[in-house]
Design a protein around this ligand. Structure first.
Ligand code: CA
Length: 222
């Protein structure tokens, strides 16, 4: 799940970005409306968290612009105002939900989850292969009915493999889709994390699900 965070107040932006990353979401943060529109055009986000007051254009205009361009990504608006008319304006402009500052991170997280769930209604959010299950909304991973605790990077890697079940994913694909830019694609970071995953997912089970395709990459299959 990839989230675009649009917030010009550095303190809030950092706090939200850090919190969401700890919850294993992929987060891109931008600080003004123009960059937000640009990023939203390039990347298929699952959710946009949009501050109302931005230095160049306001959040309402960003929202309207996105909807005009037929982008139906869920939008959670952040605002310092709590007046009813602002709320109505926000929802009229195409926002899906509203959160008034200051807010507790747990409150933001609850809204984020609700919007992602709503978006995914009718779509598959539970990825399955054999007795392995990954819930893209709650980020819970189970094998044979037992929960497996993964770190955020292990989770991101497994989610990517499971989204491409029965298909080979190359190391280049993994570094492009899973790792943040601070990972050097020339290192063997992917192999290291595949090993961590194997220890948690496959170790002790008769049927191994993660397979190496020598010289190419990896595949998850029965
Ligand atoms: Ca602001």
């Amino acid at each position: 799940m990839r989230i675009l965070l649009v917030e010009d107040e550095e303190r809030i932006a950092n706090f939200v970005e850090r919190g969401l990353k700890e919850e294993r979401y992929a987060v891109d943060a931008v600080y003004n409306g123009k960059n937000a529109l640009q990023m939203a055009r390039i990347n298929p986000y699952d959710l946009i968290i949009l501050d109302l007051m931005l230095p160049d254009m306001d959040g309402l205009s960003v929202c309207e612009e996105l909807r005009k361009n037929k982008m139906d990504v869920p939008i959670l608006m952040l605002t310092a105002k709590s007046g009813v008319s602002d709320r109505v304006t926000g929802l009229d402009s195409g926002a899906d939900d509203y959160l008034t500052k200051p807010f507790a991170f747990e409150e933001l997280l609850a809204r984020v989850r609700a919007l992602l769930r709503r978006k995914k209604t009718g779509k598959v959010t539970l990825l399955k292969i054999a007795d392995l299950e990954l819930d893209q909304v709650t980020h819970k991973v189970m094998r044979s009915g037992k929960e497996i605790k993964l770190t955020s990077k292990e989770y991101a890697l497994l989610e990517y493999l499971m989204m491409n079940v029965n298909q080979i994913v190359t190391r280049t694909m993994i570094s492009g889709h899973v790792w943040n830019e601070d990972f050097d694609s020339f290192t063997n970071i992917t192999d290291v994390y595949i090993n961590y995953l194997r220890n948690k997912i496959d170790k002790g089970f008769d049927k191994h699900l993660i397979h190496t395709i020598r010289g190419v990459g990896y595949i998850i299959k029965e």
